[in-house]
Design a protein around this ligand. Structure first.
Ligand code: AHG
Ligand code: MN
Ligand code: MN
Length: 365
């Protein structure tokens, strides 16, 4: 019989594709996402396994969405759906497909009593006999980076999980309008050159790469931490004329020559928040989406995009701010609320806050 070895932290970190690497050397025992979440269940006193099952439901739906994303060019799933979401954005067929997949997986699972999505006008209360006693609600951006679907560029899914506040029956609006600090778990899936799921339950951040040959997410990036400093900034500079003065000055700062701080920095913008965030988290960097003339409150959605990524950023040692305030401390007033977002390496987010404060008057505020 072949001897099995426990995978060490160092090997996993550098291996990336744990199973492929394992099969190359034929020795290692890989850890699947399922095994990992069960192992971590003991982090929560009195845990009864619902959150574990909920994360598992999400990972299964993610695999189904991944399958469709991968054959997007082959079947009639590309292109516009012919409808708009609450933010007035054209829905792509995959937006709607992914939304329906996650919703039905969660509805069938029984751990969730309600669901809110960027693609739905209102929250959905699951009133089935099992679901209505579910302890959790899920908020989701089912397909992030929709404009990149048709052109074979990385896209993602972002999710946020809260314990319900209502005591029984279907979900209520107050279950969804909780501050980001109250999240029980948050994560994202990136459908990129490989497919990964990254999540936190408030005890650090771990990343799992999908090995298509066995259909399992395998622990490939344990204990992810964001470098405190980075040299990458990500922003849609096409909107430059509309940025607050502090952001304009920060962009100029990133482009100046200074050996000590490794400037000029590198500009990288994919246009899929998940992909830009993921890269910056691994390499160090900052993502900016300020308010603009077209989107005076910012473009990104507090509940579906900013809060979950802010939770992950902080758990990895980074920061997330709306320019003056911690994202996780914002009191949500409505489901589709938007906010400016500055997220990534702590020292870079702090620097942006400094610029914004210093040039507030010039921005006319
Ligand atoms: P979504 O596809 O879920 O609507 O999100 C798109 C978001 C985000 O992923 C991305 O970073 C940003 O919009 C890009 O916006 P611009 O095209 O205005 O740069
Ligand atoms: Mn999005
Ligand atoms: Mn979306």
């Amino acid at each position: 019989m072949r001897q099995k070895y426990v995978v060490t932290h160092k090997i996993l970190t550098t291996a990336g594709f744990c199973v492929n690497f394992a099969s190359t050397i034929g020795l290692m025992k890989v850890k699947t996402l399922g095994e990992f979440v069960i192992e971590r269940q003991s982090d929560f006193p009195f845990a009864t396994g619902e959150l574990t099952r909920l994360l598992s439901d999400i990972s299964i739906a993610a695999k189904i969405v991944n399958r469709e994303v991968n054959k997007a060019g082959l079947v009639d799933i590309l292109g516009a759906q012919g409808s708009e979401n609450m933010s007035g954005e054209a829905q792509q067929k995959l937006d709607v497909y992914a939304n329906n997949q996650f919703m039905s997986a969660l509805m069938a699972g029984g751990e969730v009593c309600g669901f809110a999505s960027e693609e739905e006008d209102n929250f959905i209360s699951f009133n089935g006999a099992i679901s209505k006693s579910g302890k959790y609600v899920v908020l989701i951006d089912p397909l992030d980076g929709s404009s990149n679907i048709d052109v074979n560029v990385s896209i993602g899914t972002i999710f946020s999980i809260y314990r319900r506040l209502s005591l029984s029956g279907g979900a209520t609006l107050e279950d969804f309008l909780q501050k980001g600090t109250e999240q029980a778990a948050a994560g994202y899936i990136i459908y990129g050159s490989s497919t990964m799921m990254v999540y936190t339950t408030g005890n650090g951040v771990n990343g799992f790469t999908l090995d298509p040959s066995i259909g399992e997410f395998c622990l490939s990036h344990p204990d992810i931490t964001i470098p405190n400093k980075g040299i990458i900034y990500s922003i849609n500079e096409g909107n430059y004329v509309h940025f607050p003065e502090g952001v304009k000055r920060y962009i100029k700062y990133t482009q100046e020559e200074d050996l000590k701080t490794q400037r000029p920095y590198t500009s990288r913008y994919i246009g899929s928040l998940v992909a830009d965030f993921h890269r910056n988290m691994l390499k160090g960097g900052v993502y900016l989406y300020p308010e603009t003339a077209k989107s005076p409150k910012g473009k990104l959605r507090l509940l579906y995009e900013c809060n979950p990524l802010a939770f992950i950023a902080e758990q990895a040692g980074g920061m997330a701010s709306n320019g003056t305030k911690r994202i996780l401390d914002i009191e949500p007033k409505e489901l589709h609320q938007k906010t400016p977002l500055y997220i990534g390496s702590s020292s870079m987010v702090e620097k942006i806050e400094e610029f914004l404060e210093r040039h507030l008057e010039l921005s006319g505020k």
